[in-house]
Design a binder for this molecule. Structure first.
Ligand code: UDP
Length: 464
């Protein structure tokens, strides 16, 4: 029988935008289901989070912990991976989060009755804290069921040690219709390097995840039943698919009267009867100046209307592009509300690096993708998008390799195919179907709605 105690979840996102945003969406979902939330973060990340919950609610408290990072080369005050001087600092940054453990535990002690802790997979040390207090921990790891299952099979069966070249195709044990290459995986899984800090970090994450009460999946059953079933069969920690979490967003952004200039520009495009291609590569991607130039030329030559959100890149190339294309394109360097853009009725295609959040946001907005993976789980997400759920096309690289160079002609060709071609029509239709299925899954009585109810009820029994 469920306890009558009010459910109170502690959420602890990892300090990067791509890991924080989905847990903020989860917080909104839980609030809408009557759950009280305490959200842990750091001082520098607090404004981003507080902005998200700009409408005051008594049911959510935000606690910031000191982040005493001690890594040579990372200046003080950098508390988010998107601000790191280079992604080569990632493992040191992530490992440093352990220094927060005593502060986390002191704060936890003061919270009267915690139902569970949902913490990012990268914060594996939170499992030890949860165990000390007898609280169930669920890990959040922001990957699709597809890429989690495929990675587990490939790593577990040492499939990447076999092929001669990084581009040889390998059939995945358990999912023989899926063919991958070594290039689809991060170096850490290539199994040709001796164990180092990066491998140690990944092992800790995996072990803590397996020993947790469960894992929260930002996915929905109808999207990838074989892979979610596989995880529930093979993993010690049950996979609870309660998404897609972008559909949990209930609050409109603050200052709705003052539209950002890119939304006014999109409105104008609707008035002119034009459709728009949205181009964005997430919060972390590092793009070479040569590749940047090819993107600029490709967008210019494609003749489509485009909105390109650029981060971290050298600016003169994009400034010149803006001058050349005038009103046909808009280049933005500020932080945008990507979901708001994707949901805009003018947006009919998305050139994306296939970060899992971006894929889900595209699905929720029923926008097809031109997949251009760059690192981490993105190549597998791109395979899923193009080969498995068929809501997108793929950019063509010069050498056919997964992360190879894309020429301006190659980009132009695929942009035109996505926006105007027959294949574009097919994937647009499929994106609509899957987007509708996502909405059904999240609506009352849908699969994700039921799984979340079951999770809250189970935890209430465990913590009674
Ligand atoms: N995002 C955003 N505005 C920006 C850049 C990114 O809202 O200007 C959001 C995007 O909507 C997504 C997240 O940041 O929710 C990026 O996550 P994703 O998994 O797509 O990629 P990552 O940044 O982790 O590579």
């Amino acid at each position: 029988m469920a306890s009558t105690r009010h459910p109170h979840f502690v959420l602890f996102p990892f300090m990067s935008k791509g890991h924080t945003i989905p847990l903020l969406h989860l917080a909104q979902l839980l609030l809408s289901r009557g759950v009280t939330i305490t959200l842990f973060t750091t001082k520098a990340n607090r404004p981003f989070i507080a902005h998200f919950f700009h409408r005051h609610s008594d049911s959510i408290s935000i606690v910031d912990l000191p982040f005493p990072i001690q890594v040579e080369g990372i200046p003080q005050g950098i508390e988010s991976t998107d601000k790191l001087p280079s992604m080569s600092f990632f493992t040191q940054f992530a490992t440093s989060t352990k220094l927060m453990q005593p502060h986390f535990e002191q704060a936890l002690e003061k919270i009267p009755h915690v139902t569970c802790i949902v913490s990012d997979g990268f914060l594996s040390w939170t499992l030890e804290s949860a165990n000390k207090f007898g609280i169930p921990r669920l890990s959040y790891f922001g990957m699709s069921g597809y890429s989690t299952a495929v990675t587990q099979q490939v790593a577990g069966n040492r499939l990447l040690s076999g092929p001669e070249t990084d581009d040889d195709l390998i059939a995945v044990t358990g999912f023989p219709w899926i063919k991958v290459t070594r290039n689809d995986f991060d170096e850490v899984f290539h199994q040709r390097n001796p164990m180092g800090p990066q491998q140690d970090f990944v092992m800790e994450v995996i072990i803590a995840m397996a020993n947790s009460y469960g894992q929260i999946m930002n996915s929905f059953y109808e999207l990838e039943p074989e892979f979610l079933d596989y995880l529930n069969r093979e993993s010690k920690a049950k996979a609870w698919s309660v998404g897609p979490l972008p559909l949990a967003v209930t609050e409109s952004p603050p200052n709705v009267d003052q539209k950002p200039k890119w939304i006014s520009w999109l409105d104008q495009k609707v008035a002119q009867g034009c459709s728009v291609l949205y181009v964005a590569f997430g919060s972390q991607a590092e793009i070479s100046p040569k590749q940047l130039k090819a993107i600029s030329n490709g967008l210019e030559e494609s003749q489509v209307n485009f909105l390109w959100v650029v981060r971290k890149y050298e600016t003169h190339v994009v400034d010149e592009l803006q001058e050349r294309v005038g009103e046909r394109g808009m280049i933005v360097r500020e932080w945008v509300d990507q979901l708001e853009i994707l949901k805009h009725e003018s947006v009919k295609g998305f050139v994306s690096h296939c970060g899992w959040n971006s894929v889900l946001e595209s699905i929720c907005s029923e926008v097809p993708i031109l997949a251009w993976p760059m690192m981490a789980d993105q190549p597998l997400n791109a395979r899923m998008v193009v080969e498995e759920i068929k809501i997108g096309l793929r950019v063509e690289t010069c050498d056919g390799s997964v992360k190879g160079f894309v020429t301006s002609e190659g980009l132009k060709k695929m942009v035109k195919e996505l926006m105007e071609g027959e294949k574009g029509k097919e994937v647009r239709k499929k994106a609509k179907e899957i987007g509708e299925a996502a909405k059904e899954a999240m609506a009352e009585g849908g699969s994700s709605w039921r799984i979340l109810t079951e999770l809250i009820d189970d935890l209430q029994v465990v913590r009674n």
